[in-house]
Design a protein around this ligand. Structure first.
Ligand code: DLL
Length: 444
């Protein structure tokens, strides 16, 4: 499903028609595809067949969508343990692309695409861009990294298939990004939200006011960010900033996207079947409760991924969306279960710290959390940049901001943190995913 020349004047963008499928029809499509993908995985992937056999399950036992809950989970270590090609359901001769997700330690995980997988990927990215209000005629500056990371090529093929003009600039070289944005009249920017913050900051130093450029849409994802961060970005750059979600193991970007309503991300459910489970028990939890997102690919050939535990924490939004899309929404992913910090016995998510400190006007959106341990007691330090003026003004002004941020963090997170205010540019800027936490505690 691509957009063709004769679709240009169609009142409903045909590329987004599956987004509006009547629910009964959508569920039928899902069940049909689920059966097909489970059969494929059972026939072609040893690990999956073994796990099904251990449970005495056969693909034909799947009668309803709820039966998906009986299938075994797949986890990240399964990809590591079968590195590089052990979960492939297609011979390498049918694989047209490989990507890899950079693990911080050891080997990366490898993901593969057949020709049809690449087409599905382009389709869901067309729908992502369409949901973010991108159209033919837009100039898309793609600053997601090109290479083994799925962000660059994923966004590239989607924007191109939509009919937009793509600038494949990749990440980094910030001054050149700003020059291109101005000279090529970019209207859409794709990047991690933290990299776009860096662009905003650098543009202002170069005397370029982003609000006066044609740029109007940001398609941001690949890392957690918060609503206050969105408000800062939109205010300082004059664009609409949309959240898109995805992961390499499932396809890359293009799993879920916000729409114009900007209240939750629609999962492209005709290609990815979502469930939310209790991460402790593995049970599917009632609609609307927060838990871990589990995804099953409904169309992937090269690596059919059955009940993949994403570790991302979210919940379904039960109400239908004002935009009219029938696809279920999930809340923005604020945290991964493995990002959760336990500080003095309290669970802390970096996104809570971000939301708290951005509630203080003088805090700039550049921060880092540093954890240390002294005399067996955890210490949490939050380093935050504040505008230069605060350092030249009276000391009391700096102290005031520090106190305000301290209160905001304590009341949101529930523990006291040491707040260290630093001058702009003290903290490292990211070109991709930001590193928000430095944990220096010795593990015992
Ligand atoms: O980050 C794919 C992607 C590229 C998504 C560009 C969106 C835009 P991975 O490198 O495999 O793939 O990382 C996947 O990143 O499990 C989440 O923890 C996190 N993540 C991705 N999008 C979001 C988001 C790409 N919008 C992991 N909000 C996922 C929060 C996100 N976290």
């Amino acid at each position: 499903m691509f957009s063709y020349w004769h679709d240009a004047d169609c009142p409903v963008h045909p590329a987004s028609a599956p987004d509006y499928m009547p629910l009964a029809q959508l569920r039928r499509v899902q069940l049909h595809r689920l059966k097909a993908v489970v059969t494929r995985a059972y026939e072609k992937v040893d690990l999956f067949r073994r796990r099904m056999d251990e449970r005495k399950l056969k693909p034909e036992h799947l009668k309803t969508l709820d039966d998906a809950a009986k299938l075994p989970f797949t986890v990240k270590t399964d990809l590591r343990d079968t590195y590089p090609f052990g979960l492939f359901a297609s011979p390498l001769s049918e694989v047209v692309r490989l990507h890899a997700s950079s693990g911080t330690t050891g080997k990366p995980i490898v993901v593969a695409y057949t020709r049809d997988d690449v087409r599905v990927w382009a389709e869901v990215m067309v729908r992502t861009f369409a949901a973010c209000g991108v159209r033919q005629g837009d100039v898309v500056q793609n600053a997601y990294g090109y290479g083994l990371f799925t962000g660059g090529l994923g966004a590239h093929y989607g924007a191109e298939a939509l009919g937009a003009t793509v600038i494949p600039v990749s990440g980094g070289n910030t001054d050149r990004q700003i020059m291109i944005m101005r000279d090529f009249s970019s209207t859409v920017f794709c990047a991690t939200p933290s990299y776009f913050l860096h662009i905003i900051e650098r543009a202002s130093e170069m005397g370029v006011d982003l609000r006066e450029l044609p740029l109007r849409v940001g398609v941001f994802g690949a890392e957690p960010w918060t609503q206050p961060m969105r408000e800062r970005i939109e205010r300082d750059s004059g664009i609409q900033a949309y959240d898109i979600y995805g992961l390499s193991e499932i396809i890359g970007p293009g799993v879920a996207s916000e729409c114009e309503v900007q209240a939750g991300l629609h999962v492209f459910e005709d290609h990815f079947y979502p469930e939310i489970i209790n991460p402790e028990t593995g049970e599917v939890i009632p609609e609307g409760e927060e838990g871990e997102l589990v995804l099953t690919t409904l169309s992937k050939q090269a690596i059919p991924m059955i009940r993949y535990r994403t570790r991302d924490i979210t919940r379904f939004v039960s109400e239908p969306c004002e935009c009219g899309r029938t696809l279920r929404r999930i809340r923005r992913v604020g945290a991964r279960s493995d990002d959760m910090l336990i500080v003095r016995g309290v669970n802390v998510f970096p996104s809570q710290v971000e939301a708290a400190l951005l509630s203080v006007e003088s805090a700039l959106p550049h921060y880092q959390i540093v954890l240390t341990r002294a005399h067996d007691l955890d210490q949490m330090q939050v380093q935050v940049e504040v505008p230069k003026e605060h350092f030249t003004d009276k000391v009391s002004s700096l102290e005031n901001v520090r106190k305000k941020i301290g209160h905001a963090v304590e009341s949101t997170v529930g523990i006291r943190a040491e707040i260290v205010l630093v001058e702009p540019h003290t903290l490292e800027r990211s070109q991709g995913k930001a590193k928000r936490v430095i944990d220096k505690r010795e593990l015992k």
